[in-house]
Every structure is written in structure tokens, then in C-alpha cells.
Write a protein of this length. Sequence first.
Length: 166
Amino acid sequence: MKKLIFLLALCLSFSCNDSNVTTEKVDTDQVAADLISMSNDYQQAYISQDWDTASKWISSELGTTIYNSNGSALTAQNEQQVSNTERGWEFGTFEMSNHKVSMSSDMNTAVITFDADGLINFADGEQNVAYATRASQTWVNENGEWKVMHSHWSPRTNSQGIPQQD
């Protein structure tokens, strides 16, 4: 009787196996590397005020928001905000480091955390003012394309973020 039950279970397991069904394994390391690359590209476009490039990573349906490191109110990152040439300062240098990526269980939402360091030059004042922040970005997979949904920046201890805008 045991042999019959074993044989029946074995047959049932083979009949339930559909060789046409494949399960796609997601390479989480590659997804994380791709997200870090997109994050870097997005930030470089943002700080160089390149809306055409930055907008590739912004959902036309969802948009994106930011809390800047100067403590200002929540801001929508749109063409006017990204392309603002009247802000009175610019980055002399800007580097991102220490990226960490956390993924949701369905692999459709990611939070990237990192540090940013650089120098800010004021149009009518000091040059090479040190800048050091920590940041997080929330990215969502929208129809197979990753889009940045929100960014949050804050100065690191004993450092300053971007200047307050008037």
C-alpha cells in the first residue's frame, strides 16, 4: 500500500509540473546597481539644471516631490523648479556615495539612501562653501520603468545643506 501511495504521489507531482511555465528570477544586485546609476544620473541632471534629462526619471502621472536640505517646504520637482537659473548659487562639485538600496517584496518600490558632498558657489558671495548631506529617494516601477517619486535631503552633523531660497 505504501508503494502504491508513493507511486501515486510521484505521478501526481510530475503531472502537476508544467514544463512550459518558467519563473523569472530577478537579479536583485543588478536591479540595485541600475537604480544607483539612475539615481546618480537623475541628480547630476538636477544639479546641472538639465530638465530634459531629469524628466526621464519623473512620472508624468505621479510627478515627484522633494524636501530640500535647507528645511524649506515640500516642493514639486517640475521643469520650472529644476531649470531655475535664478537661485543665486550653484554647485562647484557634487559627489554621491555610500548608496544602499532597499526593495519592497514585490520588487516594484525601492528606497535608495546615500551621502552627498560638494562645494557651493554663491553668485554674489562666498565660493567653495562645503556641502554635506544625507538623502533618500523613493523609486517606483511604473509599467516597467523606474521613476523617482520623492527625495528627502538633510544636512549631516556639523554640516550644511543648500542655502535657503528667498
